[in-house]
Design a protein around this ligand. Structure first.
Ligand code: MRU
Length: 331
């Protein structure tokens, strides 16, 4: 466990993936705002609000793709703005309550995703997932893993296949760990084995999480999701995305506008610390890719399953939502 005592430590924790996964990043950022204004002088309201703005902009630069980050920061700023005549000490208290609410709501949304999605997990099925969209990526319970946890709690037995998820191995290190610990049967495979597994008939459906979903339904998620969706389509296997409404960015019309994080080439060259390529070999390392909506069978949200994935259905279920862009700082 790591304990962050300052906003800089929270920024660093998000940047270095000590806390990662879109919803968990949002919760951490909200808590980071509280830390960032904690020591601010309480006598100057205008100065306090300026500091709050600076803190939100700073935290917004930690990672660019997961929209939950700017969504949470926007909620924190709005909470402060909703108290036009409050003293800074009152605003600080309200911000702490708001951060806790964001955390609690995230857990509730994940549980609801579990309830909406569990019917997809029939007795005996094989489910393939990518990266980690479980308890370790959210306040609790997960998004892509929530339907699996709910089906497991109902006594259903099924098999999960976890892509190891190069380069940082969130699938083998995190997803396999948390499923195994919960008593769910899980098998780890190299990312490049997914096609062979699908061809063998052992995968009935694919479920993945999301970092940002555009108004069209195009979905950014961990690098490797898009080829999985192409493979799933080629094998006639349904692919579901599971995400709370805080992961939708309806201000972005389609996936071409989603900012994609590129990380250090060393994450590819030095897999888990060992040099696995010539030290000066150029590496291509986007952290996320975008899966077009037409390759997605349905999106499981806390408000129900969006299927088919169209702009109209998304608007109906996720509703009108303001753009998080107003607090998003350049990535
Ligand atoms: O780089 P990461 O580990 O933050 O990437 C995480 C993912 O891509 C997850 O699938 C996504 O955030 C959904 S988490 C519920």
């Amino acid at each position: 466990m790591i304990e962050c005592r300052s906003v800089t430590e929270v920024w660093e924790a998000i940047r270095q993936l000590r806390v990662r996964g879109a919803p968990a990043i949002g919760v951490a950022a909200a808590m980071g705002v509280v830390l960032g204004v904690r020591d601010e002088t309480e006598s100057d309201r205008e100065g306090f609000l300026r500091k709050l703005d600076d803190v939100c902009h700073y935290l917004g630069t930690a990672r660019p793709t997961a929209v939950n980050l700017s969504w949470a920061l926007q909620r924190m700023r709005r909470r402060a703005q909703s108290l036009p005549s409050a003293h800074p000490s009152e605003i600080k208290r309200a911000l702490l309550e708001e951060a806790k609410r964001i955390r609690d709501e995230d857990e509730a949304m994940c549980r609801a995703i579990g309830r909406h999605g569990e019917a997809l997990i029939a007795e005996g099925v094989g489910v393939l997932t990518h990266c980690n969209a479980g308890s370790l990526a959210t306040a609790y319970y997960g998004t892509a893993l929530a339907p699996l946890y709910t089906a497991h709690e109902k006594g259903r037995r099924f098999r999960v296949y976890a892509d190891e998820t190069r380069p940082l191995l969130q699938g083998s290190r995190l997803t396999a760990w948390e499923l195994h610990r919960s008593g769910i049967e899980v098998t780890v495979l190299c990312d490049n084995t997914a096609g062979t597994l699908m061809k063998s008939g052992q995968v009935d459906l694919v479920i993945v999480g999301a970092d940002r979903i555009a108004a069209s339904g195009d979905t950014a998620n961990k690098i490797g999701t898009y080829p999985l969706a192409v493979l799933a389509r080629a094998h006639g296997i349904p692919l579901y995305v599971a995400a709370p409404s805080s992961t939708f960015d309806l201000a972005i019309p389609d996936g071409s506008r989603i900012p994609i994080e590129h990380r250090s080439p060393d994450e590819v060259r030095r897999g888990m610390g060992a040099l696995t390529a010539p030290p000066d070999a150029p590496c291509f390392c986007p952290a996320f890719d975008v899966t077009p909506a037409d390759l997605i069978t349905g999106i499981i949200t806390e408000r129900g399953i969006i299927q088919p994935v169209t702009t109209e259905r998304i608007r109906e279920i996720v509703g009108q939502q303001e753009s998080p862009a107003s607090v998003a700082a350049p990535g």
